[in-house]
Design a protein around this ligand. Structure first.
Ligand code: ATP
Ligand code: MN
Length: 480
C-alpha cells in the first residue's frame, strides 16, 4: 500500500502533537532552505514542513520548488513560529514530481482572475480556487442531501434530446452526418436527418423539466441535477454555454408550495456551506472585501459575504407579483430620472436584469420572488391564471446575481395546454409523450430550475460565472 498519508486538514484540526505522520502534497513556497509550505487541497491552510540542516543534500534541496510534489515523513510537533500551531519536523523527504520553477506559471503572489482563467488547469492550486471548488462540492452534496431527506427520487434525464420545443434557448445540434457538404439531402435540399445517427434531428438538452414532469406523475417528488447546454451568444458574467441545473418537480404542489420549497432549499444549502465550509467562506469573504476596496465607494456592496449569506438564511424572501413589481419600477425615481437603460413604461414588457437588480438591491434589499408574469413572456407549459392574462410563474432574484431560479405551476389541464401550444406554435406531434401525462391521471404539479453556477456565485461571492465552474464553456472558448 502506497497511500499511508494523513490529510493536512486532519493534522491541523487535531490538537495533538508528538506523533509520526506522512503527508503528500504540492509545495507552495520554500523559505530559507528550511520551511516548506505544503498544500494537499484538503484545506487552504498549508502545513509547515521543517527541513533540518543537513537532512537533504544540495541537489535535493534545489528540487523543492513552488509546484513540486513531495512526500514528507516526520514528527508532528508544536510550532515555534507564528502563524501555525503545529508543524512537521521532517525525518525524510521524497520528491515525487519536479516542477521547473522557471516555467511553472503560478508564482507565490497574487494573480488576476483573468490570468488564472487562461490556466484553468492549474488554478485549482491557488487559495481562491481551492476554496471556490471545495464550496461547489459542498453545495452539490447538500443539494442531494436536502432532496434525499425529503424522499425525492433523483432522476437522470437525457442529455441528448430530440424535442426542440421547450424554447429555453438556442441549442447545440448533435449529429454524426458529415459537415463537408456530402450529408444526405431531401428533395427540397434540406439535410435528411432520417439518415442521421438517431434517425432524426437531435440536440443537447436545455432543460430536463419535461422529462422530469413525466416521472413526477409516478414518484410524486423528483429532482434532476445535471448538465444543460445553451448556445446563446450571451457573453455575460452570468451565462455559460454548459452549466448544471437542479430541477425539482412535485406532484400536488401549487405555486405557493413551489415557492416554499425553493426558499427552504436555497436556505438549506447556504446553511450547509456556512457550517461545513466556514474557513473557505471566511477566506472568500476576505477576498471579496479586498476586491471591493478597489472600487469607488458608490459601487461597493453594503454587506460583506458572510453578512449577506446570514441575512438570506435568516429572512423571508419578498414575494410580489410581476404587476406589483412593474408599478414599483415605473414609479421609482430611478425610472423617472431615466436612469434605466430600458425605461419601464408598459405592463407586459420583460424585465431586464437592471430592473431585477434594482428591485433586489435598491428597493427590497433582499431576495425577491416575482410571480404571475404575463403569459406572452413565459413558456407554454406554465399554468394559465383565471385572469387569462398571466401565468403561475415564479422567478427568484438574488442580490448581485439577478435571476437564480425560474419556475412555475404547470398547466395540468389538457385542453388549456393544447390551446397554449397552438398559440405559441409548439409542435404538438413532437410532444405527444408529454401530453400523455395530461391524458392519463393528470394532477396539479409545479417545479423550478435553479442554475447551479449562479448559486455557487452567490455563496462564494465571486463575480464571474466562469470562475465557479472548473472548465467554463462560453462563446469562442472550450479549452481544456
Ligand atoms: P436568464 O434570463 O438569466 O437568461 P433564463 O430565463 O434563460 O435565465 P431559465 O430558462 O428559467 O433561465 O433556466 C433556469 C435557471 O437556469 C435560471 O434561473 C438560471 O439560474 C440558470 N441559467 C439559465 N441560463 C443559464 C446560462 N446560460 N448559464 C448559467 N445558468 C443559466
Ligand atoms: Mn436565458
Amino acid at each position: 500500500m502506497y497511500n499511508k498519508r494523513t490529510k493536512i486538514n486532519a493534522l491541523l484540526q487535531a490538537d495533538t502533537t508528538n506523533y509520526e505522520a506522512t503527508v503528500m502534497g504540492w509545495v507552495r513556497t520554500f523559505r530559507n532552505n528550511q520551511f516548506i509550505a505544503l498544500n494537499d487541497g484538503s484545506t487552504n491552510n498549508n502545513l509547515q514542513v521543517v527541513v533540518a540542516l543537513g537532512l537533504l543534500d544540495d541537489a535535493t534541496l534545489k528540487r523543492i520548488t513552488t509546484g513540486a510534489c513531495i512526500k514528507a515523513t516526520g514528527e508532528i510537533i508544536a510550532s515555534l513560529g507564528k502563524g501555525q500551531k503545529i508543524e512537521l519536523k521532517a525525518t525524510s523527504i521524497e520528491i515525487l514530481g519536479d516542477s521547473d520553477a522557471e516555467k511553472f506559471p503560478l508564482q507565490p503572489k497574487k494573480h488576476s482572475l483573468e490570468f488564472l482563467r487562461e490556466i484553468a488547469h492549474l488554478r485549482f492550486r491557488t487559495n481562491t480556487f481551492g476554496a471556490v471548488f471545495r464550496v461547489r462540492h459542498s453545495l452539490a452534496f447538500a443539494i442531494h442531501q436536502f432532496f434525499n431527506d425529503k424522499g425525492f427520487v433523483y432522476l437522470h434525464t437525457p442529455i441528448i434530446t430530440a424535442s426542440d420545443a421547450e424554447g429555453a434557448g438556442e441549442m447545440f445540434r448533435v449529429t454524426t452526418l458529415p459537415l463537408d457538404g456530402t450529408a444526405p439531402k431531401n428533395a427540397d435540399g434540406a439535410i435528411n436527418y432520417k439518415e442521421d445517427f438517431f434517425g432524426r434531428s437531435t440536440n443537447l438538452t436545455v432543460s430536463g423539466q419535461l422529462e422530469g414532469e413525466l416521472a413526477a406523475m409516478a414518484y410524486s417528488d423528483i429532482y434532476t441535477f445535471g448538465p444543460t447546454f445553451r448556445a446563446e451568444n450571451s457573453n455575460t458574467a452570468r451565462h455559460l454555454a454548459e452549466f448544471w441545473m437542479i430541477e425539482p418537480e412535485v406532484a400536488f404542489n401549487d405555486l405557493e408550495d413551489n415557492m416554499n420549497l425553493a426558499e427552504e432549499f436555497i436556505k438549506y444549502v447556504i446553511n450547509y456551506a456556512l457550517k461545513n465550509n466556514k474557513e473557505d467562506i471566511e477566506f472568500l469573504a476576505q477576498r471579496l472585501e479586498d476586491e471591493e476596496k478597489t472600487k469607488p465607494q458608490a459601487e461597493r456592496s453594503e454587506m460583506g459575504l458572510l453578512e449577506k449569506l446570514n441575512f438570506v438564511v435568516n429572512n423571508q424572501f419578498e414575494r410580489l407579483t410581476y404587476t406589483e413589481a412593474i408599478d414599483i419600477l415605473k414609479n421609482s425615481n430611478h425610472n423617472k430620472k431615466k436612469k434605466f437603460q430600458y425605461p419601464v413604461e408598459n405592463w407586459g414588457t420583460d424585465l431586464q436584469s437592471e430592473h431585477e437588480r434594482y428591485l433586489v438591491e435598491k428597493h427590497f434589499k433582499k431576495p425577491v420572488i416575482l410571480t404571475d408574469y404575463p403569459k406572452e413572456i413565459k413558456s407554454f407549459y406554465m399554468r394559465m391564471n383565471d385572469d387569462g392574462k398571466t401565468v403561475a410563474a415564479m422567478d427568484i432574484l438574488a442580490p448581485g446575481i439577478g435571476e437564480i431560479v425560474g419556475g412555475s405551476q404547470r398547466e395540468e389541464r389538457y385542453d388549456k395546454l393544447v390551446q397554449r401550444m397552438k398559440e405559441m406554435n409548439v409542435p404538438a406531434e413532437e410532444l405527444d409523450f408529454y401530453l400523455d401525462t395530461r391524458r392519463f391521471g393528470s394532477c396539479i404539479h409545479a417545479g423550478f430550475g435553479l442554475g447551479f453556477e449562479r448559486l455557487v456565485l452567490f455563496v462564494t461571492g465571486m463575480t464571474n460565472i466562469r470562475d465557479v465552474i472548473p472548465f467554463p464553456r462560453y462563446p469562442k472558448s472550450a479549452s481544456f
